[in-house]
Design a protein around this ligand. Structure first.
Ligand SMILES: NC(=O)c1ccc[n+]([C@@H]2O[C@H](COP(=O)([O-])OP(=O)(O)OC[C@H]3O[C@@H](n4cnc5c(N)ncnc54)[C@H](O)[C@@H]3O)[C@@H](O)[C@H]2O)c1
Length: 433
């Protein structure tokens, strides 16, 4: 079976490597020459746990290759997967489909046998119909079907999630397309549930799921605010809630607000779709507004700790939108640092993987440290913005000796607060007074 993947980013690359590992012949296309050159030199273009080893192995065996040439990728393919970006439109915030439509137009010219065009990108309901129209217009004799196969992998766990999905949702309106997808996904048959649905349902499932998770984060953040005022402890409250199997214990960690390349854009796109279809999604609308407010509030919370010494140094640990990734897109950490930059010129940042991506956004407005310990040298407050394992086990005694004032703002609740207090730190976390 030949699989072509268009778009070699956070979704396309791990997916391509995963299918190659399962024995499929994979060709990954991208339009950025530097990316393809890099991959063809045997170097990865992004960080994902466990990707490196599988990438090297499958490049060496020839199961996966990388190209700029759409024709050589699409020609003869059984399945062409679209994994290009669907970023938010800068003004309307709805999903910008220009990359999807451009890719559909381009691939349409090279369909030379029955091919399933499978949309992995997150796209609004009805996009499959548009892709179908575009391909018909460009190549009226093309023999194809368009299916929706939404991606649920978590960045930082992309390889784990590829091989161990909770479910595989396939939105297909034709039996012939279902047959091809059954073959491609045959290795997963005994591993997880398969849900075969209408294409429009599949497109909606992805947005409805991400919006629900974002709401769950917003909910626990609001509860954390309540706990801070009422004398309860959010960790105990979340644990008590999570033991109820109807609620589940995932996504109940309070923090600085959700971010990343998916939740902000997908909640906005879902809200926009609600408006478009005259069915206002009020819970999602509120979640979006409150999450934005939260990031500003958290930045202010840090600034308040240096009120008596506005020139004081702020050491920021964590820039990626979550641990395990170098991705800074819509990272709450970045938004909070931006908020702090409005009030402070003395900010020093560190992240184990995301320094390069963060530099491209924050530029010269902050200093960059070589390690978490360097960042804390002479600092007046240490702020934790991303839940990296390294930060959890930071040597608090040695940090205390390096810092000018012993203050910690732990917006991820990962430090042992009791120990910090025993060592003489002024310690603030989320959801506990
Ligand atoms: N990142 C995630 O964790 C995640 C999870 C689930 C779903 N998704 C969805 O998957 C899609 C892709 O996300 P991503 O994070 O991988 O994006 P990305 O920006 O990392 O990668 C997209 C790639 O597509 C390439 N591209 C764009 N147009 C192209 C074209 N015409 N031909 C060839 N290549 C082209 C870009 O150069 C880029 O390398 C989005 O719709 C996103 O919402 C992402």
């Amino acid at each position: 079976m030949k699989l072509a993947i268009i778009g070699t980013g956070y979704v396309g690359l791990p997916t391509g490597v995963g299918f190659a590992e399962l024995g499929t012949n994979v060709v990954c296309v991208d339009k950025i020459p530097a990316k393809i050159d890099c991959l063809n030199r045997g170097e990865l273009t992004l960080f994902e746990d466990g990707l490196d080893e599988l990438f090297r192995k499958n490049v060496a065996s020839g199961k996966i290759r990388f190209t700029l040439d759409m024709q050589s990728a699409v020609s003869g393919a059984d399945v062409v997967m679209l994994a290009v970006g669907t970023p938010p439109h800068p003004v309307t915030k709805e999903a910008d489909l220009q990359y999807i439509y451009a890719a559909a137009k381009e691939l349409a010219q090279y369909l030379d046998r029955y091919t399933v065009v499978a949309t992995k990108s997150t796209v609004p309901v009805g996009t499959g119909d548009e892709i179908e129209k575009i391909i018909h217009e460009v190549n009226p004799s093309a023999d194809f079907d368009v299916v929706s196969i939404p991606e649920f992998l978590r960045e930082g766990f992309a390889i784990h999630d590829f091989f161990n999905p909770d479910r595989i949702v396939i939105g297909a309106n034709s039996e012939r397309a279902k047959e091809v997808m059954r073959k491609l996904y045959a290795p997963f048959v005994d591993k997880c549930s398969f849900l075969w649905v209408k294409r429009r349902s599949s497109e909606t499932i992805k947005y409805a799921s991400n919006a629900f998770l974002a709401m769950k984060i917003h909910y626990i953040n609001e509860m954390a605010d309540f706990c801070e005022k009422s004398g309860a402890d959010i960790r105990e409250v979340a644990k008590g809630m999570g033991l109820d199997t109807r609620i589940g214990n995932k996504f109940l960690n309070p923090g600085p607000g959700y971010g990343g390349s998916c939740f902000p854009k997908d909640t906005n796109a879902m809200a926009q779709m609600g408006r478009k279809y005259g069915s206002i999604l009020s819970l999602i609308e509120t979640t979006i507004a409150k999450n934005d407010e939260r990031k500003a509030k958290m930045g202010q919370r840090v600034i308040d700790t240096i009120k008596s010494n506005p020139e004081g140094k702020i050491a920021v640990l964590g820039l990626a939108f979550k641990g395990g990734t170098d991705d800074c897109r819509e990272s709450p950490a970045i938004d909070i640092v931006k908020e702090m930059i409005k009030h402070s010129h003395n900010i020093c940042v560190y992240d184990p993987k995301a320094m390069q991506n963060a530099k491209a956004i924050l530029g010269d407005n902050v200093k960059y440290a070589a390690s978490m310990y360097d960042a804390c040298e002479n600092a007046d407050v240490m702020v934790i913005l991303t839940e990296w394992e390294d930060f959890k086990y930071i040597d608090l005694s040695s940090i205390k000796q390096k810092m000018h004032s012993a203050k910690i703002v732990d917006l991820r609740n990962i430090i042992d607060g009791q120990k910090a207090v025993e060592l003489g730190f002024e310690y603030q976390c989320v959801g506990k007074a």
